[in-house]
Ligand binder design. Sequence first.
Ligand SMILES: [Zn+2]
Length: 349
Amino acid sequence: MRKHTPQSETTLPAEYPHHFASARKKLYRLTIFLGFLALLLLVANSWLLYQHFSSRAHAPFLVVTSTEMLADAVRQITDTHCVHVQALIPVGSDIHTFRAHPSTIALLWQADVILIHGLGAEGALARVLETYPYPERVWNTGSWFTRQDLLWEEDGQVPDPHVWNDVVLWRKMVDTLGKRLLARIPQNCQNSTRVRWLRYLQRLDTLHQWVHHQMQFIPREQRYLITPHASLAYFARRYGWETIPLQGVSSVSPLNPHHLRQALHLLRHHIVPCVFLEYGISVQVLKLLQERYPQTQFCGYLYTDGVGPPPANTYEGFIRWNIHQIVSAWRQVQDNTRQPAGTVSSASR
Ligand SMILES: [Zn+2]
């Protein structure tokens, strides 16, 4: 046993250098271990990040679109094994009042390209995308048109987003879309995409000619379309019609009293046979029309804001559906075989 003396309280023990060296060694080993551990965590973290981004790089090219209508355009011109497409807004939903959900945000993060109509079509989605950290991935198709291509509301300040109802403008959008996708998708997908894209452009040319041909069955003096909201102005400009929408370019626009008076005049004087309903759009304003003129007849649905159920589940499908609806309604007038008056409530979705 070591003898305890007062000096030993203040004097380092003789074996101190040995203890000190041992402690230093332990500290050194601990530092090495912690450093190694930190390095290991850093490598693991980097590996997980690498896995995340490399898995996206090897997965099929993902295009997230705002609407099924845009998704259809991508599907028509690309192979499914090359490009995956996912639309955010469900079929039948009002695109103008769409609100982004947390699942929407998660999908946006996964996207290689985000395709939107723009021009104010998608409600609050555009505001979400303003803060998206990769703006180069957001393809705003509305910006692919010239100012002359577009129709403008409110003294030229607000663009009408419904360009898709003009087949020629939709073809223009598809033309640019194909070029941009060819520049981004993997090389082994480019040949098949180019072939599909050119064929689809030809089909859209054929569709435009067909619509143009169908219009000859309707006298120019009867070409007025009454709809809930202002969705058919591009169609009207291209194919020689006048539209009488009861609201503005959004389904939440206020009632247009001037158009309401015009609509009542056209109905009372039997210049137009009926009023069209619009798939996914509220019929509230039509109830007002029916209150003012109970004999109002309703022609059926038009798909004015995008695709619907089959056979209107593609762009070509819904355009053909709309034209058949319009032509058959006006033919009934010419044949004096109008159907009994319907009601808004019975015709509403
Ligand atoms: Zn609309």
